[in-house]
Design a protein around this ligand. Structure first.
Ligand code: ZN
Length: 239
């Protein structure tokens, strides 16, 4: 009777390992969802940044275009002044103004070109991000559905094993049940049961009194290991 109780506990332990696997599967499914949410958040932020930057670049371009028009006008005025120049000094002064305007105009053109390139880059970045975010809504929906189905299936499996576990526990003597549940507090999914190996606990190597081994094999001792709090199980329960 007592040995069969340990056999039940061993079966429970193996069921608990199955439950642990299902719990790990659920965690990894939940992680997939988190990863996708993080990615969406990251891309949304990148889109906002690119849009802000593009607005800034467009403003800079508009300001430069205004300066460009002003300088063009100044140059035209200087050119007409050159044509109407009455003497050498007026010619030199007009020509100097034209040269200055041209140099500034070159600089503005260069800056405008650089900003235009930057804005084109931003526009393609924005369009890529927008189409990613548009597409991901559907993907996310599908993924969430898939994840929920998987989690549901895993939970069903867990429920089946939990029921088996609880039925098996019912079959155990009260002492065995109490001690086993104590061992489970710390080691529910990591071997709540231990054995003697060379007279010591196979997990933590702590050795109980020498008389303990005989009592344990009789099958009516329910004792936790002082070292790791696992429940000692007789070798005979294994066969
Ligand atoms: Zn131990």
């Amino acid at each position: 009777m007592a040995i069969s109780c340990f056999q039940n506990l061993l079966e429970i332990q193996s069921h608990l390992k199955v439950v642990a696997t299902h719990l790990t599967n659920i965690k990894s499914e939940e992680k997939r969802e988190t990863q996708l949410s993080n990615l969406i958040q990251q891309k949304t932020l990148a889109l906002e940044e690119a849009q802000k930057e593009s607005t800034k670049v467009k403003k800079e371009m508009a300001a430069l275009e205004l300066t460009l028009a002003q300088k063009d006008q100044q140059k035209a005025q200087a050119t007409s002044a050159l044509k109407q120049a009455m003497n050498q000094s007026q010619m030199v002064s007009a020509q100097k103004q034209i040269d200055q305007c041209e140099s500034v105009l070159d600089e503005i053109q260069e800056n405008l070109f650089a900003l235009l390139e930057k804005d084109e880059g931003l526009a393609s970045q924005i369009s890529e991000l927008e189409s990613f975010l548009k597409g991901v809504v559907e993907t996310r929906q599908e993924l969430l559905q898939e994840i929920n189905q998987t989690i549901e299936a895993e939970q069903k499996q867990i429920a089946i094993f939990e029921e088996r576990i609880s039925n098996l526990l019912e079959l155990c003597e009260k002492d065995a049940r109490v001690q086993f549940l104590k061992a489970c507090e710390k080691h529910r999914y990591q071997n709540p049961l231990t054995f003697l190996e060379n007279r010591s606990c196979r997990f933590c190597k702590m050795a109980p009194e020498s008389s303990f081994a005989q009592g344990l094999e009789r099958g009516d001792l329910y004792q936790l290991c002082d070292g790791c709090n696992r429940l000692f199980t007789p070798q005979s329960a294994l066969s």
